[in-house]
Ligand binder design. Structure first.
Ligand code: CP3
Length: 348
C-alpha cells in the first residue's frame, strides 16, 4: 500500500490534496460509548487482555467503522503498551485509569530496560494484519504510539495526575535520568511504529496528550525534540511514512512543532486559534480536528454550530475532521451520527 493511494481520502489529504468533503474519524472512536465495545470488553476480562487478543482488538477496531463508515480505523491498543513491553508493571483498574510502578528516582531509572520485548507486541501487529484484510480499501488504517514525553509522565508518576507534576519535577531536578527514559522511549517507539507499518498501517499518529503543560524551553526539549527524532528514525527506514502529530495544548508553539518535527499533519485541540492555524500551520501541513468533545455530548444546535465552525475555520484548506481530543464515554451515538451527516453534507 503506497501512502499516496488515490482511493483513500485521508491519505490524499496527507499527500497534499484538499478534499471538498473532509475525511472524518474520531480519536478514541473504539470505546465505552459503544455498547458493542462494552460487551466485548466484559468478555475479554481486562483492558490489556482486550488489547492483546488479536481477534478482539481487530473486532473492536472495526466496530466504529461498521456503525459509522469512518474514513479511518485506528488500531485498538494503548500508548502504555510500550512501558509494558519494557517490562514495567502496567495495570488498568476499572474506573481509575492506568497504574504503573513509578519510575521516580534516578536509581530506579538505572533499572529501566534499554530494549522492549517486541514479542509482547506481536498481538498488536497480528490485530493490524487482521484489520487490514477486512477493511474496505478506501479506509485508512492508523497505527500509533504515545510521544515520549506523555508516556514518560505516566511512567514516572505511576498513574495519571492532573498536572503531571512528578515528570515535570524529575525533568528539572534530574534531567540526565529523565533523558534516559526519553531516549529509551524514542528508540523503542521507532521500532514499534515501523512494525506497525510492516503489519499494514497506512498512517501513524503520535499522541502527545500532555505537551501543553510544558513551558516553551521544556516543550522544545521534551516534546518537539523526541518527536522529531521519532519521525526521523521512522523515515530513515520508511521514507514515505505518513505521520500525524498531536501535541495537545501546544497553542502558539504549533508552528515550531510542525517545522521542527517534519510531521505531515497536526491534530489540534478545540482551543486552537483559527487564524494562527490557517496561516502558520495549515499553509504547510494538513490539519486534523478540532470539535470540542463536549459539544458532541450536548448535541442539538450547539453541535451543529460547532461542526460548522470547524468547517468554516479549516474547510478551505487540507482538513481531516476529528475531535479536539478523545470522545467521552457518555456521548450519545445519535450525536455522532448527527455530526457525520453534517460533515458529509458539506459543500466546499
Ligand atoms: O482511539 C482509539 O479508539 C484507539 C485506542 C486508544 C486507546 N487509548 C484505548 C483506550 C488510543 C489511541 C489511546 C491513546 C491513549 N492512551 C492516550 C493518548 C490519547 C488521549 O486520549 O489523550 C493516553 C494518554 C492513554 C493512556 C490511558 N489509557 C488512560 C489515561 C486511560 C484511562 C482513561 C480512560 O479513558 O479510561 C486509558 C484507558 C483506555 N485506553 C481505554 C480505552 C478504550 C478505556 C479502558 C476501558 O475500556 O476500561
Amino acid at each position: 500500500m503506497t501512502p499516496t493511494d488515490p482511493t483513500k481520502p485521508l491519505l490524499r489529504v496527507l499527500a497534499g490534496d484538499r478534499m471538498p468533503v473532509p475525511p472524518i474519524w474520531m480519536m478514541r472512536q473504539a470505546g465505552r460509548y459503544l455498547p458493542e465495545y462494552r460487551e466485548l470488553r466484559a468478555k475479554a476480562g481486562g483492558f490489556l487482555e482486550l488489547c492483546f487478543t488479536p481477534e478482539f482488538a481487530a473486532e473492536v477496531t472495526l466496530q466504529p467503522i461498521r456503525r459509522f463508515n469512518f474514513d479511518a480505523a485506528i488500531i485498538f491498543s494503548d500508548i502504555l503498551v510500550i512501558p509494558y513491553a519494557l517490562g514495567r508493571e502496567v495495570r488498568f483498574e476499572a474506573g481509575e485509569g492506568p497504574r504503573l510502578d513509578p519510575l521516580d528516582t534516578p536509581a530506579k531509572v538505572e533499572t529501566l530496560a534499554a530494549q522492549a520485548d517486541f514479542g509482547k507486541l506481536e498481538p498488536v501487529y497480528e490485530a493490524l494484519r487482521r484489520v487490514r484484510r477486512e477493511l474496505d480499501p478506501k479506509i485508512a488504517l492508523i497505527g500509533f504510539c504515545g510521544a515520549p514525553w506523555t508516556v514518560a509522565t505516566y511512567m514516572v508518576a505511576g498513574q495519571g495526575t492532573p498536572d503531571q507534576a512528578p515528570a515535570r519535577m524529575m525533568a528539572y531536578a534530574h534531567p540526565e535520568a529523565f533523558s534516559k527514559i526519553i531516549d529509551v522511549l524514542v528508540r523503542n517507539s521507532v521500532r514499534y511504529l515501523l512494525g506497525q507499518l510492516a503489519a499494514g498501517a497506512d498512517v501513524l499518529q503520535i499522541f502527545d496528550t500532555w505537551a501543553g503543560i510544558l513551558p516553551p524551553r521544556e516543550f522544545l526539549r521534551w516534546s518537539i525534540e523526541p518527536t522529531r527524532r521519532i519521525v526521523e528514525g521512522v523515515r530513515a527506514k520508511a521514507p514515505d511514512a505518513r505521520i500525524i502529530g498531536f501535541p495537545r495544548g501546544a497553542g502558539a508553539q504549533l508552528p515550531d512543532y510542525v517545522q521542527a518535527t517534519g510531521v505531515d499533519a497536526v491534530s489540534i485541540d478545540w482551543a486552537a486559534e483559527p487564524s494562527l492555524i490557517r496561516e502558520r500551520v495549515q499553509a504547510k501541513v494538513a490539519v486534523q480536528g478540532n470539535l470540542d468533545p463536549l459539544a458532541l455530548i450536548a448535541g442539538g444546535a450547539a453541535l451543529d454550530q460547532a461542526v460548522d465552525d470547524v468547517l468554516a475555520n479549516y474547510g478551505k484548506g487540507r482538513l481531516i475532521f476529528n475531535l479536539g481530543h478523545g470522545i467521552q464515554p457518555e456521548t450519545p451515538i445519535a450525536h455522532v451520527e448527527q455530526m457525520i451527516k453534517r460533515v458529509r453534507a458539506h459543500k466546499g
